[in-house]
Design a protein around this ligand. Structure first.
Ligand code: UDP
Length: 315
């Protein structure tokens, strides 16, 4: 595996939680970075520390329209609403960015013979009947349910990218990202970690949907970004899971939030949202073998590292 050196890379969704951390990692590798975002769910706050970074440029644009910011040797396609609350609010926009947006980003990579990595998702597995989920699993997705705007957009993106790989021989790849958390997660995006951390710090009851027996596997953002950059360097074209295989019930996750924040508030139980996956855990054998990648930050430690950020967001 020969590691490519990138001179100038494009990141769509650069003002988002993952996009902004990815920009930091790419700048640290020595690349110049062009970040694009339409701020539908991203925030310029996530990029403000790069204001005096001469190798970073920011373009405010919607990638659903064709775009071109000059020659690049790699494209990271990270633009999309990603929290269930955001993508259900922005359903048509989510479908468009996962279809038109992905095509436009691919066209840029094609024009400049650049590599391409797409932020795909564990949602491709839907409410999985195979546990843990390997990349070979085709998934159990409701194509018309409330989550379909996100799940099917991401699955369409995967199909489109494979077509560009097969028909145009492009160097493409895709990462299936599992639940990720850390600083810059929007405090009000409705996700479980942001909700529980903000509720605890505001001394409000923690909201658990259903009985809290459903499971998720939470990856700290620095582990995820390290895996993504390694995957891009590898040139692997087929989907690769990157996530932390340590699986938590949502109830245990809430108890960990209480421990880390050191607060004592009640837990309230709310109705389970429609089509909420009952279990989710990545099989990361492929990433381990292909990239030698392994997550290093357990949930409790990652929440500790995120505490200061969430505290800064409490009014
Ligand atoms: N959840 C919860 N309380 C909240 C927010 C979410 O119990 O305040 C649950 C949600 O029903 C789901 C899990 O936590 O089972 C993870 O939800 P999230 O929105 O973070 O993302 P998902 O993994 O469902 O895409």
């Amino acid at each position: 595996m020969s590691k490519q050196v990138w001179e100038r890379v494009l990141v769509t969704g650069a003002a988002g939680f993952l996009g902004s951390h990815l920009c930091d990692a790419l700048l640290a590798e020595g690349a110049s970075v062009v970040g694009v975002d339409n701020l539908a769910t991203g925030s310029l706050d996530n990029l403000k520390h790069l204001a005096s970074e001469s190798r970073f440029t920011y373009e405010q644009a919607d990638i659903c329209r064709p775009f071109d910011y000059g020659e690049v040797d790699y494209v990271f396609n990270f633009a999309s609403p990603a929290s269930p609350e955001d993508y259900m609010r922005l359903g048509p926009e989510t479908l468009r960015v996962g279809s038109d947006g992905t095509v436009n980003a691919l066209e840029v990579a094609k024009r400049y013979d650049a590599g391409f990595l797409h932020a795909s998702t564990s949602e491709c597995y839907g409410d999985p009947l195979q546990h843990p989920q390997t990349e070979a699993y085709w998934g159990n997705v409701n194509p018309i349910g409330p989550r379909s705007v996100y799940d099917e957009a991401k699955r369409f993106s995967e199909a489109t990218i494979m077509a560009y790989h097969r028909y145009y021989r492009m160097r493409t790849g895709m990462v299936r990202i599992f639940n990720t958390y850390g600083p810059r997660l929007q405090p009000n995006d409705g996700r479980v970690i942001s909700n529980l951390m903000m509720q605890a710090l505001r001394r409000e009851p923690l909201t658990i949907y259903g009985e809290g027996k459903q499971t998720r596997s939470f990856c700290y953002v620095s582990d995820l970004v390290r895996g993504i950059v390694a995957l891009a360097h590898s040139g692997e074209p087929l989907p690769t899971n990157i996530g932390n295989p340590q699986e938590w019930t949502i109830l245990d996750c809430a108890k960990t939030v209480l421990k880390v924040t050191g607060v004592d508030v009640p837990i309230t139980f709310k109705p389970m949202p429609e089509d909420d996956p009952k279990q989710r855990r990545p099989d990361i054998t492929k990433a381990r073998e292909l990239l030698g990648w392994e997550p290093q930050v357990p949930l409790r430690e990652g929440l500790q590292k995120s505490l200061e950020y969430f505290q800064s967001k409490v009014q």
